[in-house]
Design a protein around this ligand. Structure first.
Ligand code: ADP
Ligand code: ASP
Ligand code: MG
Length: 424
């Protein structure tokens, strides 16, 4: 007997029929004698609908924040998961599985006060553990918890993955299964490149880079938590027949295991390609080249909660003026430009230029640590397709390249093939 946390994403609970299907997956594990807690997302499209309703609401005069009150935004968004948790608990009861729903605040899952992007701080799993011991399944709402102000807080988009891993860590579960609409983690997004291959294992570090460079399959924070707490996490499909052979195999379930590097036998140089759409580029022309200028630019942007990513600073020709280029999410572009206009005089630059709709493509692999020439291969392959590179950043196990949005799919497929990741 083991303890398992099973998480089901939006498409896995998209309608009533799919919720009944999820109940069968849960019943399979319960019937095998395991203690089970389930974490659910909102039904597919629900959170987007709630966000759009929140955005439609008027803001107070002079308030430029995207939502007039982040606490109310969280109240609205958290409702999606509440509905799913109740529906799944009923579906489980209807097939003879003892179950009840738990809202994040009822457990409680304690979070920070950063409404809309809260971090999980602590989970009191004692009551759930007690009830699991009596054979009851806990159906927990993902994506939310209770903030220090005693109000519901949400964890940022895709946050149910993080709820699941955090619950698994708190319950000391033997395994955390993330069920989604693909049957594992692939060498790149299988929706863009049908030749992508499923990985049987991927290291925490590579998964962290894939997720933070745009692969939606797991939220970044969930991978961090799994790594820190050593949670054995599988990505697998809810779309397969719950009772197909092998589905209940405890040691080797179908899917991708996220694990330590040393558990991976055949390490490739490049493991995967990720892409992030909706990047925007800002260039400040003829910025004074003196100490304090970067702090003067990026300090106010950070204070405005704008995430700056790639930064390129040219060497100045005459030692007095230079150009500074960097990227921000397209959604923050307008705000970033207005923040910079406000500090223009104190920083000292001639002009701001900006462009939205760019894409960042990233090549990821632990093997890069010990292999030279990985970046050169990418540059050559993109050049041969006539794709212009706007900016480049690298880390020990990653190369990121900024290109025009129109070339996103071509670039992903080109890089996927040049590193030999295509299916044979
Ligand atoms: P859920 O609703 O279950 O949380 P998501 O839509 O958040 O599902 O994540 C699953 C999606 O992630 C897949 O449908 C796939 O298109 C996308 N994806 C992006 N990169 C990858 C990758 N490398 N491997 C698998 N899926 C990926
Ligand atoms: N429902 C939330 C979202 O769409 C959380 C999640 O699905 O993980 O972002
Ligand atoms: Mg998701």
């Amino acid at each position: 007997m083991a303890r398992i946390v099973m998480k089901f994403g939006g498409t896995s609970v998209a309608d009533i029929a799919r919720i009944h299907n999820v109940a069968r997956h849960v019943k399979r594990e319960v019937d095998a004698g395991h203690e089970v807690a389930v974490v659910v997302s909102a039904m597919a499209g629900k959170t987007n609908e709630l966000v759009s309703w929140a955005r439609e609401m008027p803001r107070a005069a002079g308030d430029n924040s995207p939502f007039f009150d982040a606490r109310e935004y969280d109240t609205i968004l958290a409702s999606g998961e509440q509905v799913t948790s109740g529906l799944l608990a009923i579906a489980l009861q209807s097939i003879g599985v003892d179950a009840r729903s738990w809202q994040g605040w009822q457990i409680p899952i304690r979070t920070s006060n950063a409404h809309g992007a809260a971090r999980i701080l602590e989970i009191d799993g004692s009551e759930i553990v007690r009830r699991m011991g009596l054979g009851q399944v806990a159906v927990v709402t993902g994506f939310q918890g209770l903030a220090p102000d005693n109000r519901v807080a949400t964890l940022g988009r895709g946050g149910s993955d993080t709820s699941a891993v955090a619950v698994a860590a708190a319950l000391k579960a033997d395994r955390c299964d993330i069920y989604t609409d693909v049957d594992g983690v692939y060498t790149t997004d299988p929706r863009i490149e049908p030749k992508a291959r499923r990985l049987s294992r991927i290291s925490f570090e590579e998964m962290l880079e894939l997720a933070s460079q745009g692969a939606k399959v797991l939220q970044v924070r969930s991978v961090e938590l799994a790594m820190v707490h050593g949670v054995r996490t599988f990505v697998r499909s809810s779309f397969e027949d719950p009772d197909a052979p092998g589905m209940g195999d405890f040691d080797n379930p179908p899917g991708t295991l996220i694990c330590d590097e040393d558990e991976i036998v055949e390490q490739q140089v490049v493991t995967g390609i990720a892409y992030a759409k909706d990047e925007a580029q800002i260039s400040l022309r003829r910025v004074a080249d003196r100490p304090g200028v970067s702090a003067g630019i990026f300090g106010p942007l950070a204070e405005a909660n704008i995430n700056v990513d790639m930064i390129v600073q040219n060497v100045s020709e005459d030692g007095s003026k230079t150009d500074m280029t960097f990227t921000v999410p397209t959604g923050d572009l307008e705000k970033a430009v207005s923040v910079l206009e406000n500090v223009k005089d104190s920083i000292g630059f001639d002009a701001i230029q900006s462009e939205a709709g760019l894409v960042k493509v990233s090549v990821i692999g632990i093997g890069m640590r010990s292999h030279a020439g990985v970046a050169a291969t990418a540059f050559k392959a993109l050049a041969e397709k006539g794709i212009n590179i706007r900016a480049i950043t690298t880390s020990e196990i990653k190369i990121s390249i900024l290109i025009d949005g129109a070339y996103a799919e071509l670039a992903v497929r080109t890089l996927h093939s040049v590193y030999g990741l295509d299916k044979q």
